[in-house]
Write a protein that binds this ligand. Structure first.
Ligand SMILES: Cc1cc2nc3c(=O)[nH]c(=O)nc-3n(C[C@H](O)[C@H](O)[C@H](O)COP(=O)(O)OP(=O)(O)OC[C@H]3O[C@@H](n4cnc5c(N)ncnc54)[C@H](O)[C@@H]3O)c2cc1C
Length: 469
């Protein structure tokens, strides 16, 4: 199954169409309306709100890694290389298969544990930085092998980007991953089901509305244009951005003449970018590699987790030695072992360390390595991208919508939240989950909660039930 295949993103600031019209393309300024104006929305105020802000989260600094232009799978492999058999790396960004997913992160934890097992002497002390799925998986493996393991975690909880919240909600909501991507080797859905976690198949067929609230048939033009651009790029000597591939292949040259519904062919390309490319990667088409971006036409459906993704970690975490609320800010090593310095100034020593912190944390050099990481690691950290996708969960007193569609999208408008998931048909509860991605997510990350909510409610207006005449 392809990674994060079902999802969607937003088109504001997208410059392919503008670029297509230029001889010498130049960056095009964003045309998004400012979300900071707190115009009251017609959508009722929700009873409960939960908003994520992964880009400003100091222990994540983004949502998940993506293939930036020029980045290759070799960069992920390089990032996963051990340094002097003392400092090991795991985490979704190092995953050879399914990077950016729970599956990929877990596989990376298994791999790092096997690398340590291959060279460590029995009973050695192994420190693991980060209690996300990669860190907890590695720790469980090594404890089972008889090593003396301690996991150091900056947050006051385990799970990292797996962030299930139950209090104040009629069912557990997921602030991080919500979907399960199975792979040929691993069936996460079966595992979750065996743990008593409820999942449901999630069919990706969206209900598409214009900003005016009109339901329209989705056109295949956008998907076809992106697929055409990616296959054009596959035959080029050098990787280019998805944006460049769309322009240079001619696929972005779509008519801008509106039809009776007010939509043009070009709107469907913007829609494809907004509702798929950006949410799948958290990046703009100008940032994404055309060689390593997946075309959504061949995407499979996923399953949505309704009963708590974090259950996946609970069993493996049981009985582990965990040091919560402890930020590691320096990792030093020599021939004798490793030494870790915490934010409190305390130090810890061990024989080896597995570092599982997100790519965003490494990119921001929030941890100092001594000696400095090798050139290949630094190259990989620089080359790979960290995308941004944020969520807003809203619980209403009663539904203000009439549609029973699970997946809502908006076309022909530069909506900040162009994708919504309607939990009503899935759970019977009037709860919605909105998604915002790439530069829109970064821009709105600066808003306070009130302004962020106002932007989300405005985006929902096309879904308001039409009042009886
Ligand atoms: C909004 C969103 C939606 C997503 N959707 C999906 C989806 O539907 N399906 C899917 O499969 N995947 C999805 N993902 C990706 C998935 O969540 C991640 O790939 C996976 O959880 C990463 O696990 P990890 O162990 O590599 O990293 P993390 O879970 O981030 O674990 C790293 C840990 O390191 C800790 N840490 C950071 N810095 C320090 C420090 N200095 N000292 C000590 N500890 C530190 C962090 O607090 C964290 O606990 C989504 C992610 C987000 C954010």
């Amino acid at each position: 199954m392809k990674r994060r295949t079902f999802l969607l993103g937003t088109a504001s600031g997208f410059s392919v169409l503008a670029l297509a019209a230029c001889v010498a393309p130049a960056p095009v300024p964003t045309t998004s309306p400012s979300p900071t104006t707190l115009t009251p929305s017609l959508v009722p105020q929700p009873l409960t709100v939960s908003r994520t802000n992964w880009s400003t989260d100091p222990f994540s600094r983004g949502s998940f890694s993506y293939a930036a232009v020029g980045a290759t799978p070799e960069h992920r492999a390089a990032l996963g290389q051990a340094v002097d058999a003392r400092v090991f790396f795991a985490g979704e960004a190092t995953a050879a298969d399914e990077p950016g997913t729970v599956q990929g992160a877990r596989a990376s934890g298994l791999l790092a544990a096997s690398q340590v097992r291959d060279i460590a002497a029995p009973g050695e002390r192994i420190t693991i930085v980060g209690a996300g799925i990669a860190g907890i998986t590695a720790a469980r493996e090594l404890v089972n092998d008889g090593f003396n393991v301690v996991v150091i975690e900056a947050r006051d909880r385990i799970g990292g980007r797996i962030d299930t919240v139950s209090a104040d909600w009629p069912f557990p909501i997921e602030r991080g991953p919500s979907f399960v991507h199975n792979t040929a080797d691993s069936f996460l859905d079966d595992e979750l089901t065996a743990l008593g976690v409820k999942l449901l198949p999630f069919v990706r067929t969206p209900e598409v509305r214009t900003r005016a609230g009109e339901v329209v048939e989705v056109s295949p033009l956008g998907t076809q244009a992106v697929a055409g651009a990616l296959s054009w790029a596959a035959n080029q000597q050098q990787d280019v951005s998805v944006e460049r591939a769309l322009v240079d292949s001619g696929e972005a040259s779509l008519s801008k003449t509106p039809n009776a519904e007010g939509l043009s062919d070009a709107d469907w390309l913007e829609y494809e970018i907004a509702t798929k490319l950006k949410v799948e990667t958290g990046a703009t088409p100008s940032q994404q590699s055309a060689w390593y971006t997946t075309d959504s036409a061949s995407a499979d459906d996923d399953q949505i987790v309704l009963g708590g993704y974090s259950t996946l970690l609970a069993g493996d975490a049981e009985g582990l030695e965990l040091l919560l609320s402890s930020v590691v800010n320096r990792v030093a090593h020599d021939d004798d072992g490793v030494s870790l310095r915490l934010g409190t100034g305390e130090s810890l020593s061990a024989d080896r360390v597995i570092v599982t912190v997100p790519l965003g944390v490494l990119k921001d050099a929030a941890i100092e390595f001594s000696p400095a990481l090798p050139f290949a690691h630094r190259g990989a950290i620089g080359a790979l991208g960290m995308g941004v996708v944020d969520k807003i969960w809203l619980r209403f007193d009663a539904p203000f919508w009439e549609t029973s569609a699970r997946l809502w999208t908006i076309v022909g408008e530069d909506a900040d939240f162009p994708v919504w998931i309607n939990m009503m048909p899935l759970t019977g509860e009037p709860v919605l989950m909105g998604l915002i991605a790439a530069e829109n997510a970064t821009r709105l990350s600066e808003l306070d909660d009130e302004a962020f909510l106002a932007a989300a409610l405005t985006a929902l207006e096309p879904f308001l039930a039409v009042p009886d005449q």
